[in-house]
Design a protein. Structure first.
Length: 51
């Protein structure tokens, strides 16, 4: 998280490290929900063995 926070600050975006962490956690949750609903994406990611 610190690297992402630093990159955002370098782009003149004012956001706390905690907010960055919260947003990334929310993104992970939404991605997990979406992937659980899409069989073709599940099959594709299974072949890659990673997200």
């Amino acid at each position: 998280m610190p690297q992402i926070h630093q990159q955002l600050q370098e782009r003149n975006l004012c956001i706390s490290e905690c907010s960055v962490s919260n947003l990334l956690n929310r993104y992970d949750e939404l991605l997990a929900i979406k992937l659980s609903q899409c069989e073709h994406l599940q099959a594709r990611l299974a072949q890659q063995q990673r997200v």
